[in-house]
Design a protein around this ligand. Structure first.
Ligand code: UGA
Length: 453
Protein backbone atom coordinates (compact mmCIF):
# COMPACT_ATOMS: atom_id res chain seq x y z
CA UNK A 1 0.00 0.00 0.00
CA UNK A 2 2.12 2.90 -1.13
CA UNK A 3 1.30 5.88 -3.32
CA UNK A 4 4.05 8.00 -4.84
CA UNK A 5 3.59 10.77 -2.28
CA UNK A 6 4.13 10.92 1.49
CA UNK A 7 1.75 8.83 3.62
CA UNK A 8 -0.72 10.82 5.73
CA UNK A 9 -2.91 9.96 8.72
CA UNK A 10 -6.34 11.61 8.79
CA UNK A 11 -8.27 11.38 12.05
CA UNK A 12 -12.04 11.67 11.69
CA UNK A 13 -13.96 9.82 8.98
CA UNK A 14 -16.70 12.43 8.81
CA UNK A 15 -17.41 14.92 6.09
CA UNK A 16 -14.16 16.91 6.24
CA UNK A 17 -11.98 13.86 6.95
CA UNK A 18 -13.31 11.82 4.04
CA UNK A 19 -13.21 14.64 1.49
CA UNK A 20 -9.66 15.46 2.65
CA UNK A 21 -8.75 11.77 2.36
CA UNK A 22 -10.21 11.61 -1.16
CA UNK A 23 -8.25 14.70 -2.22
CA UNK A 24 -4.99 13.26 -0.84
CA UNK A 25 -5.61 9.92 -2.56
CA UNK A 26 -6.14 11.66 -5.89
CA UNK A 27 -2.83 13.44 -5.44
CA UNK A 28 -1.00 10.14 -4.94
CA UNK A 29 -0.78 9.91 -1.14
CA UNK A 30 -1.56 6.80 0.84
CA UNK A 31 -3.93 7.59 3.69
CA UNK A 32 -4.61 5.95 7.04
CA UNK A 33 -8.08 7.13 7.97
CA UNK A 34 -8.81 6.81 11.70
CA UNK A 35 -12.19 6.90 13.42
CA UNK A 36 -13.43 5.40 16.68
CA UNK A 37 -16.84 4.60 15.16
CA UNK A 38 -16.52 1.00 13.99
CA UNK A 39 -19.86 1.04 12.13
CA UNK A 40 -18.64 3.99 10.10
CA UNK A 41 -15.41 2.17 9.27
CA UNK A 42 -17.29 -1.03 8.33
CA UNK A 43 -19.40 1.01 5.91
CA UNK A 44 -16.28 2.49 4.35
CA UNK A 45 -14.64 -0.95 4.09
CA UNK A 46 -17.70 -2.09 2.13
CA UNK A 47 -17.33 0.82 -0.30
CA UNK A 48 -20.18 2.97 1.08
CA UNK A 49 -19.77 6.38 2.67
CA UNK A 50 -21.44 7.56 5.89
CA UNK A 51 -22.00 11.01 4.33
CA UNK A 52 -23.12 11.82 0.81
CA UNK A 53 -21.02 14.09 -1.34
CA UNK A 54 -21.00 13.98 -5.14
CA UNK A 55 -17.99 11.98 -6.41
CA UNK A 56 -16.70 11.09 -2.93
CA UNK A 57 -17.63 7.38 -2.89
CA UNK A 58 -16.28 6.96 -6.44
CA UNK A 59 -12.89 8.49 -5.59
CA UNK A 60 -12.54 6.44 -2.38
CA UNK A 61 -13.42 3.27 -4.33
CA UNK A 62 -11.04 4.05 -7.18
CA UNK A 63 -8.14 4.39 -4.71
CA UNK A 64 -9.24 1.61 -2.35
CA UNK A 65 -5.81 -0.02 -2.35
CA UNK A 66 -4.19 3.17 -1.03
CA UNK A 67 -6.41 3.78 1.97
CA UNK A 68 -6.55 1.93 5.28
CA UNK A 69 -9.40 2.42 7.77
CA UNK A 70 -8.57 1.86 11.42
CA UNK A 71 -9.58 2.84 14.94
CA UNK A 72 -6.19 3.46 16.51
CA UNK A 73 -4.35 6.73 15.87
CA UNK A 74 -1.03 5.52 17.35
CA UNK A 75 -1.12 2.30 15.32
CA UNK A 76 -1.91 4.27 12.15
CA UNK A 77 1.10 6.52 12.76
CA UNK A 78 3.39 3.58 13.43
CA UNK A 79 2.28 1.51 10.47
CA UNK A 80 2.22 4.35 7.98
CA UNK A 81 5.41 6.07 9.06
CA UNK A 82 3.53 9.32 8.29
CA UNK A 83 5.08 12.64 9.31
CA UNK A 84 1.80 14.49 9.08
CA UNK A 85 -1.40 13.80 11.00
CA UNK A 86 -4.49 15.78 10.03
CA UNK A 87 -7.19 16.30 12.62
CA UNK A 88 -10.64 16.38 11.01
CA UNK A 89 -12.67 15.42 14.07
CA UNK A 90 -15.86 17.32 14.88
CA UNK A 91 -16.18 20.26 17.25
CA UNK A 92 -19.94 20.25 17.94
CA UNK A 93 -21.53 23.10 19.88
CA UNK A 94 -21.99 22.91 23.64
CA UNK A 95 -25.08 24.33 25.27
CA UNK A 96 -23.58 27.82 25.69
CA UNK A 97 -22.59 27.95 21.99
CA UNK A 98 -18.89 27.32 22.60
CA UNK A 99 -17.18 24.47 20.73
CA UNK A 100 -16.83 21.05 22.33
CA UNK A 101 -13.12 20.32 21.95
CA UNK A 102 -13.11 16.90 23.61
CA UNK A 103 -12.44 15.04 20.37
CA UNK A 104 -9.64 17.43 19.44
CA UNK A 105 -8.11 16.88 22.88
CA UNK A 106 -8.11 13.11 22.32
CA UNK A 107 -6.22 13.59 19.05
CA UNK A 108 -3.68 15.86 20.81
CA UNK A 109 -3.22 13.38 23.68
CA UNK A 110 -2.37 10.59 21.25
CA UNK A 111 0.29 12.54 19.37
CA UNK A 112 3.88 11.31 19.77
CA UNK A 113 5.82 13.70 22.03
CA UNK A 114 8.56 14.51 19.54
CA UNK A 115 9.36 16.67 16.52
CA UNK A 116 8.90 13.78 14.05
CA UNK A 117 5.16 14.07 13.41
CA UNK A 118 3.24 17.32 12.83
CA UNK A 119 -0.36 17.90 13.88
CA UNK A 120 -2.34 19.72 11.19
CA UNK A 121 -5.63 21.10 12.48
CA UNK A 122 -8.47 21.06 9.96
CA UNK A 123 -11.11 20.72 12.67
CA UNK A 124 -12.74 24.13 13.16
CA UNK A 125 -11.49 25.24 16.57
CA UNK A 126 -12.14 28.61 18.25
CA UNK A 127 -9.41 31.21 17.70
CA UNK A 128 -6.83 30.85 20.45
CA UNK A 129 -7.09 27.04 20.70
CA UNK A 130 -4.09 26.28 18.51
CA UNK A 131 -1.78 28.63 20.34
CA UNK A 132 -2.69 26.89 23.57
CA UNK A 133 -2.08 23.41 22.13
CA UNK A 134 1.13 24.46 20.39
CA UNK A 135 2.38 26.12 23.57
CA UNK A 136 2.30 22.82 25.43
CA UNK A 137 3.25 20.50 22.58
CA UNK A 138 6.60 19.06 21.62
CA UNK A 139 5.35 18.31 18.10
CA UNK A 140 4.96 20.90 15.31
CA UNK A 141 1.46 22.39 15.13
CA UNK A 142 -0.11 23.84 11.98
CA UNK A 143 -3.56 25.31 11.56
CA UNK A 144 -4.91 24.65 8.06
CA UNK A 145 -8.63 25.42 8.03
CA UNK A 146 -10.95 23.88 5.45
CA UNK A 147 -13.28 25.91 3.24
CA UNK A 148 -15.25 23.01 1.74
CA UNK A 149 -18.79 23.64 0.56
CA UNK A 150 -21.17 20.71 0.79
CA UNK A 151 -22.28 19.58 -2.63
CA UNK A 152 -19.12 20.86 -4.35
CA UNK A 153 -16.52 19.75 -1.83
CA UNK A 154 -14.59 17.54 -4.26
CA UNK A 155 -14.17 20.52 -6.58
CA UNK A 156 -13.03 22.60 -3.61
CA UNK A 157 -10.44 20.05 -2.53
CA UNK A 158 -9.08 19.69 -6.09
CA UNK A 159 -8.95 23.40 -6.83
CA UNK A 160 -9.20 25.46 -3.64
CA UNK A 161 -9.57 29.24 -3.84
CA UNK A 162 -6.85 29.56 -1.21
CA UNK A 163 -4.78 27.57 1.24
CA UNK A 164 -4.24 29.10 4.66
CA UNK A 165 -1.32 27.77 6.67
CA UNK A 166 -0.91 28.96 10.25
CA UNK A 167 2.20 28.15 12.23
CA UNK A 168 3.83 29.99 15.13
CA UNK A 169 7.38 28.91 14.40
CA UNK A 170 9.70 28.14 11.57
CA UNK A 171 8.88 24.42 11.40
CA UNK A 172 9.53 21.94 8.58
CA UNK A 173 5.82 21.20 8.85
CA UNK A 174 4.85 24.37 6.94
CA UNK A 175 6.47 23.05 3.74
CA UNK A 176 5.06 19.59 4.38
CA UNK A 177 1.52 21.03 4.62
CA UNK A 178 2.04 23.11 1.48
CA UNK A 179 3.03 19.89 -0.30
CA UNK A 180 -0.26 18.21 0.65
CA UNK A 181 -2.28 20.73 -1.37
CA UNK A 182 -2.67 21.23 -5.11
CA UNK A 183 -0.17 23.69 -6.55
CA UNK A 184 -1.69 27.17 -6.51
CA UNK A 185 -0.37 30.57 -7.58
CA UNK A 186 1.73 31.81 -4.65
CA UNK A 187 -0.64 34.69 -3.83
CA UNK A 188 -3.34 32.14 -3.03
CA UNK A 189 -1.25 30.31 -0.44
CA UNK A 190 -1.11 32.43 2.66
CA UNK A 191 1.22 31.56 5.49
CA UNK A 192 0.52 33.29 8.77
CA UNK A 193 0.38 32.51 12.48
CA UNK A 194 -1.96 29.99 14.11
CA UNK A 195 -4.49 32.41 15.63
CA UNK A 196 -4.73 34.40 12.41
CA UNK A 197 -5.42 31.20 10.47
CA UNK A 198 -8.14 30.17 12.94
CA UNK A 199 -9.69 33.62 12.70
CA UNK A 200 -9.59 33.59 8.90
CA UNK A 201 -11.84 30.52 8.96
CA UNK A 202 -14.34 32.06 11.37
CA UNK A 203 -14.24 35.54 9.84
CA UNK A 204 -14.89 34.04 6.38
CA UNK A 205 -18.00 32.17 7.51
CA UNK A 206 -19.06 35.26 9.47
CA UNK A 207 -18.77 37.37 6.33
CA UNK A 208 -20.73 34.92 4.17
CA UNK A 209 -23.48 34.66 6.80
CA UNK A 210 -23.52 38.45 7.09
CA UNK A 211 -24.10 38.79 3.34
CA UNK A 212 -27.01 36.35 3.46
CA UNK A 213 -28.66 38.12 6.40
CA UNK A 214 -28.07 41.45 4.63
CA UNK A 215 -29.71 40.06 1.46
CA UNK A 216 -32.65 38.79 3.52
CA UNK A 217 -33.21 42.14 5.21
CA UNK A 218 -33.01 43.98 1.90
CA UNK A 219 -35.48 41.45 0.46
CA UNK A 220 -37.85 42.05 3.37
CA UNK A 221 -37.67 45.76 2.68
CA UNK A 222 -38.31 45.09 -1.02
CA UNK A 223 -41.47 43.17 -0.07
CA UNK A 224 -42.73 46.06 1.99
CA UNK A 225 -42.05 48.51 -0.84
CA UNK A 226 -43.29 46.31 -3.67
CA UNK A 227 -39.76 46.21 -5.12
CA UNK A 228 -37.90 43.20 -6.52
CA UNK A 229 -35.00 41.90 -4.42
CA UNK A 230 -33.59 39.93 -7.35
CA UNK A 231 -33.21 43.14 -9.34
CA UNK A 232 -31.98 45.19 -6.38
CA UNK A 233 -29.36 42.68 -5.24
CA UNK A 234 -28.27 42.07 -8.82
CA UNK A 235 -27.67 45.80 -9.16
CA UNK A 236 -25.80 45.88 -5.84
CA UNK A 237 -23.59 42.94 -6.87
CA UNK A 238 -22.54 44.69 -10.09
CA UNK A 239 -20.24 46.83 -7.98
CA UNK A 240 -16.96 44.95 -8.27
CA UNK A 241 -16.17 45.89 -4.67
CA UNK A 242 -19.27 43.96 -3.58
CA UNK A 243 -19.65 41.20 -6.21
CA UNK A 244 -22.70 39.01 -6.87
CA UNK A 245 -22.07 35.93 -4.68
CA UNK A 246 -23.93 35.07 -1.48
CA UNK A 247 -26.58 37.72 -2.00
CA UNK A 248 -29.47 35.33 -2.61
CA UNK A 249 -32.34 35.97 -0.21
CA UNK A 250 -34.42 33.06 0.98
CA UNK A 251 -35.33 31.09 4.05
CA UNK A 252 -32.05 31.84 5.77
CA UNK A 253 -28.86 29.85 5.91
CA UNK A 254 -28.83 26.34 7.30
CA UNK A 255 -26.13 23.73 7.59
CA UNK A 256 -23.72 22.86 10.31
CA UNK A 257 -21.34 25.78 9.96
CA UNK A 258 -22.58 29.37 9.78
CA UNK A 259 -24.75 29.46 12.90
CA UNK A 260 -22.44 27.18 14.87
CA UNK A 261 -19.32 29.17 14.00
CA UNK A 262 -21.04 32.50 14.70
CA UNK A 263 -22.05 31.22 18.15
CA UNK A 264 -18.54 29.90 18.81
CA UNK A 265 -17.11 33.29 17.84
CA UNK A 266 -19.63 35.00 20.11
CA UNK A 267 -18.45 32.77 22.96
CA UNK A 268 -14.83 33.80 22.28
CA UNK A 269 -15.91 37.46 22.10
CA UNK A 270 -17.63 37.11 25.49
CA UNK A 271 -14.53 35.52 27.02
CA UNK A 272 -12.39 38.36 25.72
CA UNK A 273 -14.94 41.10 26.57
CA UNK A 274 -15.15 42.11 22.91
CA UNK A 275 -18.37 43.37 21.34
CA UNK A 276 -19.49 41.19 18.42
CA UNK A 277 -23.03 42.47 18.14
CA UNK A 278 -23.12 41.86 14.39
CA UNK A 279 -22.93 38.10 14.96
CA UNK A 280 -26.06 38.06 17.14
CA UNK A 281 -27.89 40.28 14.62
CA UNK A 282 -27.01 37.88 11.79
CA UNK A 283 -28.41 34.95 13.76
CA UNK A 284 -31.61 36.81 14.69
CA UNK A 285 -32.28 37.89 11.11
CA UNK A 286 -31.67 34.34 9.98
CA UNK A 287 -34.09 32.71 12.38
CA UNK A 288 -36.79 35.30 11.55
CA UNK A 289 -36.93 34.23 7.89
CA UNK A 290 -38.85 30.99 8.46
CA UNK A 291 -41.21 32.76 10.86
CA UNK A 292 -41.93 35.39 8.23
CA UNK A 293 -42.95 32.72 5.73
CA UNK A 294 -45.43 31.16 8.13
CA UNK A 295 -46.81 34.58 9.12
CA UNK A 296 -47.21 35.37 5.42
CA UNK A 297 -49.02 32.09 4.84
CA UNK A 298 -51.44 32.75 7.70
CA UNK A 299 -52.05 36.25 6.43
CA UNK A 300 -52.75 35.10 2.86
CA UNK A 301 -54.76 31.96 3.63
CA UNK A 302 -56.30 32.58 7.03
CA UNK A 303 -56.10 29.97 9.80
CA UNK A 304 -54.06 26.96 8.71
CA UNK A 305 -55.83 24.37 10.90
CA UNK A 306 -56.33 21.25 8.77
CA UNK A 307 -54.76 22.85 5.66
CA UNK A 308 -52.27 20.71 3.75
CA UNK A 309 -48.95 22.53 3.33
CA UNK A 310 -46.28 20.90 1.17
CA UNK A 311 -42.61 21.46 1.97
CA UNK A 312 -40.42 20.87 -1.07
CA UNK A 313 -36.90 20.08 0.10
CA UNK A 314 -35.57 18.97 3.46
CA UNK A 315 -31.82 19.40 3.07
CA UNK A 316 -30.23 22.77 3.90
CA UNK A 317 -29.06 23.12 0.29
CA UNK A 318 -29.21 20.99 -2.87
CA UNK A 319 -26.84 18.09 -3.70
CA UNK A 320 -26.36 16.96 -0.12
CA UNK A 321 -28.23 14.72 2.31
CA UNK A 322 -27.40 17.04 5.19
CA UNK A 323 -30.39 18.11 7.28
CA UNK A 324 -28.51 20.00 9.94
CA UNK A 325 -30.18 23.31 10.81
CA UNK A 326 -32.30 23.08 7.68
CA UNK A 327 -35.12 25.65 7.63
CA UNK A 328 -37.46 22.77 6.63
CA UNK A 329 -37.64 21.59 10.23
CA UNK A 330 -38.28 25.03 11.68
CA UNK A 331 -41.05 25.47 9.10
CA UNK A 332 -42.52 22.05 9.92
CA UNK A 333 -42.58 22.91 13.62
CA UNK A 334 -44.16 26.32 13.09
CA UNK A 335 -46.75 24.98 10.64
CA UNK A 336 -47.67 22.15 13.00
CA UNK A 337 -48.25 24.65 15.77
CA UNK A 338 -50.68 26.48 13.44
CA UNK A 339 -52.54 23.17 12.98
CA UNK A 340 -51.45 22.68 9.36
CA UNK A 341 -50.98 19.20 7.88
CA UNK A 342 -47.33 19.11 6.84
CA UNK A 343 -46.39 16.99 3.83
CA UNK A 344 -42.72 17.02 2.89
CA UNK A 345 -40.55 15.57 0.17
CA UNK A 346 -36.89 15.68 -0.79
CA UNK A 347 -35.16 14.22 -3.85
CA UNK A 348 -32.48 12.60 -1.64
CA UNK A 349 -33.65 9.22 -0.34
CA UNK A 350 -30.97 9.37 2.38
CA UNK A 351 -32.33 12.73 3.50
CA UNK A 352 -35.90 11.39 3.54
CA UNK A 353 -34.85 8.45 5.69
CA UNK A 354 -32.89 10.62 8.12
CA UNK A 355 -35.71 13.15 8.37
CA UNK A 356 -37.75 10.62 10.32
CA UNK A 357 -35.12 10.41 13.01
CA UNK A 358 -35.41 12.67 15.98
CA UNK A 359 -32.20 14.44 16.75
CA UNK A 360 -30.74 17.68 18.01
CA UNK A 361 -29.47 18.57 14.53
CA UNK A 362 -32.90 18.82 12.99
CA UNK A 363 -35.10 19.42 16.01
CA UNK A 364 -37.85 16.89 16.43
CA UNK A 365 -37.66 15.49 12.89
CA UNK A 366 -40.72 14.53 10.85
CA UNK A 367 -43.41 12.00 11.65
CA UNK A 368 -43.82 9.17 9.10
CA UNK A 369 -47.16 10.49 7.90
CA UNK A 370 -45.58 13.87 7.18
CA UNK A 371 -43.28 12.40 4.58
CA UNK A 372 -44.87 12.08 1.13
CA UNK A 373 -44.28 9.00 -1.02
CA UNK A 374 -43.34 11.14 -4.02
CA UNK A 375 -43.17 14.74 -5.19
CA UNK A 376 -46.61 14.58 -6.89
CA UNK A 377 -48.07 13.13 -3.67
CA UNK A 378 -46.55 15.96 -1.65
CA UNK A 379 -48.21 18.71 -3.68
CA UNK A 380 -51.46 16.85 -4.44
CA UNK A 381 -54.42 18.82 -3.03
CA UNK A 382 -52.13 21.12 -1.06
CA UNK A 383 -53.48 24.50 -0.05
CA UNK A 384 -49.95 25.89 0.01
CA UNK A 385 -46.56 24.75 -1.26
CA UNK A 386 -43.25 26.11 0.04
CA UNK A 387 -40.08 25.65 -1.97
CA UNK A 388 -37.51 25.14 0.78
CA UNK A 389 -34.48 23.83 -1.14
CA UNK A 390 -33.63 24.68 -4.73
CA UNK A 391 -32.88 21.13 -5.92
CA UNK A 392 -33.22 21.10 -9.76
CA UNK A 393 -35.93 18.39 -9.45
CA UNK A 394 -38.00 20.71 -7.28
CA UNK A 395 -37.72 23.77 -9.45
CA UNK A 396 -39.12 21.91 -12.46
CA UNK A 397 -42.38 20.69 -10.93
CA UNK A 398 -45.20 20.07 -13.41
CA UNK A 399 -47.86 22.21 -11.72
CA UNK A 400 -50.53 21.14 -14.20
CA UNK A 401 -50.07 17.35 -13.76
CA UNK A 402 -52.94 15.23 -12.44
CA UNK A 403 -51.61 15.39 -8.89
CA UNK A 404 -51.56 19.12 -8.24
CA UNK A 405 -52.33 21.67 -5.54
CA UNK A 406 -55.93 22.86 -5.19
CA UNK A 407 -56.92 25.64 -7.62
CA UNK A 408 -55.64 29.01 -6.42
CA UNK A 409 -53.22 27.39 -3.92
CA UNK A 410 -50.35 29.60 -2.77
CA UNK A 411 -46.88 28.60 -3.98
CA UNK A 412 -44.29 30.33 -1.79
CA UNK A 413 -40.94 30.34 -3.49
CA UNK A 414 -38.49 30.38 -0.59
CA UNK A 415 -35.48 30.44 -2.94
CA UNK A 416 -36.73 32.53 -5.87
CA UNK A 417 -35.97 29.53 -8.04
CA UNK A 418 -39.38 28.76 -9.59
CA UNK A 419 -40.79 30.10 -12.83
CA UNK A 420 -43.65 32.41 -11.70
CA UNK A 421 -45.44 32.16 -15.05
CA UNK A 422 -45.44 28.31 -14.97
CA UNK A 423 -47.06 28.49 -11.52
CA UNK A 424 -49.67 31.11 -12.45
CA UNK A 425 -50.59 29.48 -15.75
CA UNK A 426 -51.53 26.33 -13.78
CA UNK A 427 -54.12 28.43 -11.88
CA UNK A 428 -51.98 28.78 -8.74
CA UNK A 429 -50.80 31.89 -6.91
CA UNK A 430 -47.06 32.51 -7.00
CA UNK A 431 -45.29 34.47 -4.28
CA UNK A 432 -41.55 34.93 -4.25
CA UNK A 433 -39.14 36.15 -1.57
CA UNK A 434 -38.59 39.89 -1.63
CA UNK A 435 -40.50 40.12 -4.89
CA UNK A 436 -43.80 41.77 -5.62
CA UNK A 437 -46.04 39.02 -6.98
CA UNK A 438 -48.76 39.61 -9.56
CA UNK A 439 -52.26 39.82 -8.09
CA UNK A 440 -51.10 39.95 -4.45
CA UNK A 441 -51.20 42.99 -2.23
CA UNK A 442 -47.96 44.07 -0.59
CA UNK A 443 -47.40 42.17 2.67
CA UNK A 444 -45.72 43.47 5.79
CA UNK A 445 -45.40 41.46 8.97
CA UNK A 446 -47.71 42.95 11.62
CA UNK A 447 -44.87 43.83 14.00
CA UNK A 448 -42.92 45.76 11.38
CA UNK A 449 -45.61 47.92 9.82
CA UNK A 450 -49.23 48.23 8.92
CA UNK A 451 -50.78 45.95 6.33
CA UNK A 452 -51.85 47.72 3.22
CA UNK A 453 -54.79 45.47 2.36
C1 UGA B 1 -20.03 26.93 4.23
C2 UGA B 1 -18.98 27.79 3.53
O1 UGA B 1 -19.49 28.25 2.27
C3 UGA B 1 -17.70 26.99 3.30
O2 UGA B 1 -16.70 27.81 2.71
C4 UGA B 1 -17.20 26.46 4.65
O3 UGA B 1 -16.05 25.65 4.49
C5 UGA B 1 -18.29 25.62 5.29
O4 UGA B 1 -19.49 26.41 5.45
C6 UGA B 1 -17.75 25.15 6.63
O5 UGA B 1 -17.49 25.97 7.49
O6 UGA B 1 -17.43 23.96 6.75
P1 UGA B 1 -21.77 25.07 3.39
O7 UGA B 1 -22.31 25.11 4.79
O8 UGA B 1 -21.54 23.78 2.73
O9 UGA B 1 -20.38 25.88 3.33
O10 UGA B 1 -22.83 25.81 2.49
P2 UGA B 1 -22.99 27.20 1.73
O11 UGA B 1 -22.95 26.97 0.27
O12 UGA B 1 -22.09 28.22 2.25
O13 UGA B 1 -24.50 27.56 2.11
C7 UGA B 1 -24.91 27.71 3.46
C8 UGA B 1 -26.36 28.13 3.54
O14 UGA B 1 -26.53 29.45 3.05
C9 UGA B 1 -27.33 27.27 2.72
O15 UGA B 1 -28.47 27.01 3.49
C10 UGA B 1 -27.66 28.13 1.52
O16 UGA B 1 -28.93 27.87 1.00
C11 UGA B 1 -27.62 29.52 2.15
N1 UGA B 1 -27.35 30.60 1.16
C12 UGA B 1 -26.19 30.63 0.47
C13 UGA B 1 -28.30 31.59 0.99
O17 UGA B 1 -29.37 31.60 1.64
N2 UGA B 1 -28.03 32.61 0.11
C14 UGA B 1 -26.87 32.66 -0.60
O18 UGA B 1 -26.69 33.62 -1.38
C15 UGA B 1 -25.92 31.65 -0.42
Amino acid sequence: MSGNQEPVVVVGAGYVGLVTTAGLLERGHTVWCVDTDVDRLALLEKGSTPVFEPDLAEVLAAHRSHVAYCTDQREALEESGARVLISAVGTPPLEDGSADLSMVRCVVDRMPREDEVALVMKSTVPPGTGREIAGLASFPYVSCPEFLREGTAMQDVRAPDRVIIGCDDDSWAVDAVRGLHPTLPCERVFTTDVTNAELIKHASNFHLALRISYANQIANLCEALGADANAVLHGVGLDTRIGPKFLKPGLGFGGSCFAKDARALLAVARQTSTALTLASEILDVNSDQAQRVVAKLVHRLGPLAGAKVALLGLTFKPHTDDLRSSPAFTLARLLRSEGAVVCAWDPSSRARKQALRHGPDHAEGLATWELAASLPDAIDDAKAVILVTDWPELTEVDWAASKRPIPGALVLDGRNALDPSAVSSAGLTYEGTGRHSAGLPVWRPPTEGTNTD
